[in-house]
Design a protein around this ligand. Sequence first.
Ligand SMILES: Cc1cc2nc3c(=O)[nH]c(=O)nc-3n(C[C@H](O)[C@H](O)[C@H](O)COP(=O)(O)OP(=O)(O)OC[C@H]3O[C@@H](n4cnc5c(N)ncnc54)[C@H](O)[C@@H]3O)c2cc1C
Length: 624
Amino acid sequence: LKTRYRSWRKKPRSRAAWCSCAGSVIFRRTMSVRKWAMRGTLVGVAGGCTYATYSFFKPVAQVDFTGEKKMKRIQRFNSLVDRGDNLQAAAKSRGQHLASLKDEMFDVVIVGGGCTGAGAALDAATRGLKVACIERGDFSNETSSRSSKLIWGGFKYLQVAFAELLSTKSLSNPVSAVKKFWGEFLMVAECCTERSWLAGMQPHLVQYVPQAVPFSVWVQWPPYFNHPFYSILPIIALPAFWFYDALAGFNAPISYAMGPRKTKETFPQLKDVNYSAVYCESMHNDARTGTCIALTAATRGASIANYVEMTGYVYGGEEGATVTGIQCVDKLTGEKFEVKGTSVVLCTGAFLDAVRRMDDPKAEKAVAAAAGCHIVLPGYFTPGGMGFAELRTSRGATMYFLPWLGHTIVGSTDKKCDATSSPEVAEDEIQYLVNEAASCLSGDIQVRRSDVLSAWQGWRPLYRDPNAPPGAPVSRHHVIGVDEKTGVVFVCGGKWSTYRAMAEELVDKVVSHKKLWHARPCMTKKIKLVGGDGFHELLYVQLVQKYGISEDIAKHLAHTYGSAAFAVCELSKPTGKRWPRFGRVLVEGYPYLEEEVEYACKHEYAVTVKDMLTLRMRLPPINP
Ligand SMILES: Cc1cc2nc3c(=O)[nH]c(=O)nc-3n(C[C@H](O)[C@H](O)[C@H](O)COP(=O)(O)OP(=O)(O)OC[C@H]3O[C@@H](n4cnc5c(N)ncnc54)[C@H](O)[C@@H]3O)c2cc1C
């Protein structure tokens, strides 16, 4: 072939002959590429069809993050133990926990009972460590009960990171720009994995909720996420959401598009749109999940008490500079005592600096708290259990309309300011959210200030490098640090979505720093939170059939207590009516039972009426 080719080349040829020759080569190459592309497509289609046929006929399997695949079946509960009562029996009373806190020596003493602190207590207890955990209010009474209720994968953060990578600023230092993008990418991947774990392993508390993103133009200007590339987001939104689904291993329901008619049917209150891209995030009742984590830690052997405040440190060690415990006060009795341990871990969220300054009043700030507000509107703004998002408000931020407990949460804002306990929401922030909500909807429906049922504000406990210059950008990642002088470990930043992964990393750090080599490896991925064992989607039907309670109450109980709902129903008293036969509601029109109060006081460390109504039942946010 070579010889023939050389002799052919040596012959003089016209330009036309050369062109036709090149043309024929290109044509043949293209044909062969097309042939291979055709073959590849055929193999892909055949594979897809085979998988679809297999999925159609295979028995329904429940993915269990313990690594096993269980066949789904409806479980019947015939004994108290099956009903989950063993978990309550295993947990000690608050008085017993306080006695252990005073008398025993612990491996780890955790300050703060939000999602981070309770998560760390559960992680450490299940590794076989002796754990103490104190919380100055009720469990998850601060930021952990004032979130947007999303367990999200971080679609927005992925887009913002990509926009930063594409910006001209990254040209001056491409290596650090790529590194930063990679860091954000890994964070989003971790959020997606944790979201899949929570929705898969704790379905009684966390459920997937579809979110529509309506687009009324094909090219948006000013662009989304403040980058020109995202002006074409309406065109590329669906593939972008599929990429997001892929990051979560396709564990969430797959994203899809709704045409203008279907969008109007689903959200009649929206302006006319070209189409909507629908993707899934998961949602939960944050205060309830937080309480469940704390209760699970208690059942796994942690000594955990609410209404105990840390007031100072206990010092020891060779030079008397190492922290070997904390000074506490029982806020219910005023009694002061010390809790001693090998390591002290601060999980005090946005209040970290106040606790750090108990040791060194001049300590540099580590938290750049950012306040976020939400308002609650009636449920008719998110009909059919689907939320929607406006990706660009007048402040250039994203605004969510989320269905929650039969109502609609709208938020959030983002404003830097120092954290205070039990904050009031500023009127101008409420008005901003009302105006923005109104601008997203068609003129046929009004959003008035009087439609706002309640509002809340929380602080994102973002980490600020104490050595960074003023005004330096603040990261959304969590940071785990160790005070070299005192040996105190602290965690700052993070989010609800990654509370488990954060706790794992934190306890790993404590184990290596304090050389607690008797600790086992982390096993929280295999643990169901209280009520998770024996929960299934039809549990509420069993409750209705067995106890004669109404369907909405049964659904509320199943998704609050999981399989422990049987134990709550056992306490229920006759209503004296033909239907529902049992379960006296606390407030007419809401599915909360009087018996829940008794159950929470007896088994779940509920202490005050305010906590019962606000955190355990969530009545004030939805019924002011
Ligand atoms: C508006 C807003 C919306 C958010 N939305 C989401 C979301 O949708 N999804 C998501 O994943 N994340 C979200 N986040 C982030 C998430 O809510 C927080 O990162 C998380 O709740 C922080 O938990 P934490 O336990 O670290 O802090 P906290 O919940 O604040 O817990 C710290 C605890 O420490 C206690 N404490 C403080 N000092 C002491 C002391 N001296 N003694 C004893 N106890 C003490 C406090 O009482 C408090 O309970 C949101 C945050 C905000 C502000």
